[in-house]
Design a protein around this ligand. Structure first.
Ligand SMILES: O=C(O)c1ccccc1NCC(=O)[C@H](O)[C@H](O)COP(=O)(O)O
Length: 256
């Protein structure tokens, strides 16, 4: 599934490139105001921080929420105390788009993450051109050479890579990159199985000074407390926020 999602995302980017050549996207990326400092926004604190996600649907859960006005949802997230906003820009399975990202960028003052299946420099340039401050890199989807190339490009454009892992080996590959923002996704992106204890089993393996992000499977304050007790600085939450009251849920999560 992960390989298919990535291949489709790359194919869609190749199709966009037909209409918007790389040089044009690069010029738009370089013309953007500087990216916001996501490492500062997500710096470990006395309380857990939340990256709140704009997510309409997913392969594992199907349709979750219509989200006709992503800007309004993003403003609710900002009001509710989120530290950053994740925008799923994949269109086929998640119902997202780069237009969503641009809309959210214009609506809030928080760092914005492009959450997609990124495997080419063109997609990274698109992210910056749309106003992203962070870009997701999924270690399981990339070989080491591509991972290094994309990581360095993201950093050179002033953005922050969020490097996502799902095993000890992937965490070591993230550490070898020099990643300072590392996620452990509880969701196996091939089988969709959820393992909330994976973060705790890997917590000791994070490199010194890295910000630790627990991704997926937060449905209640108890889930946030579980991740926090296991060492998470940040939780990334989608489903619970798009299907419930975002402000009330955020405030309950931040009170943990
Ligand atoms: O959510 C899925 O079904 C999914 C399937 C395959 C690849 C990625 C997928 N989701 C991306 C994410 O990692 C989550 O959207 C994110 O961590 C939030 O998860 P949740 O709070 O459980 O919605």
């Amino acid at each position: 599934m992960l390989a298919e999602l990535t291949a489709n995302a790359v194919a869609d980017a190749v199709a966009r490139r037909e209409h918007r050549p790389l040089a044009e996207v690069e010029a738009a990326a370089l013309a953007r105001p500087a990216a916001l400092d996501a490492l500062e926004a997500l710096r470990p604190a006395a309380h857990v921080k939340v990256i709140a996600e704009i997510k309409r649907s997913s392969p594992s859960r199907g349709s979750l929420a219509t989200i006709a006005d992503p800007a309004a949802l993003a403003r609710s997230y900002e009001l509710g105390g989120a530290s950053a906003i994740s925008v799923l820009t994949e269109g086929r399975k998640f119902g997202g788009s780069l237009a969503d990202l641009e809309t959210v960028r214009a609506a809030v003052a928080l760092p914005v993450l492009r959450k997609d299946f990124i495997a080419t420099p063109y997609q990274v340039l698109e992210a910056r051109a749309a106003g992203a401050d962070l870009v997701l890199l999924i270690v399981a989807a990339l070989d080491d050479v591509t991972l290094r190339e994309l990581f360095d490009l993201i950093v050179s454009l002033g953005m922050t890579p969020l490097v996502e892992t799902h095993s000890a080996d992937e965490l070591d590959r993230a550490a070898a990159l020099g990643a300072r923002l590392i996620g452990v996704n509880a969701r196996d992106l091939s089988s969709f199985e959820l393992d909330r204890d994976l973060f705790g089993r890997l917590a000791d393996r994070f490199p010194e000074g890295a910000i630790r992000v627990a991704e997926s499977a937060v449905l209640s304050p108890a889930d946030v407390a579980h991740y926090r007790a296991s060492g998470a600085d940040v939780v990334l939450v989608g489903e619970a926020l798009v299907t419930g009251d975002p402000i009330a849920n955020l405030s309950a999560f931040l009170a943990v």
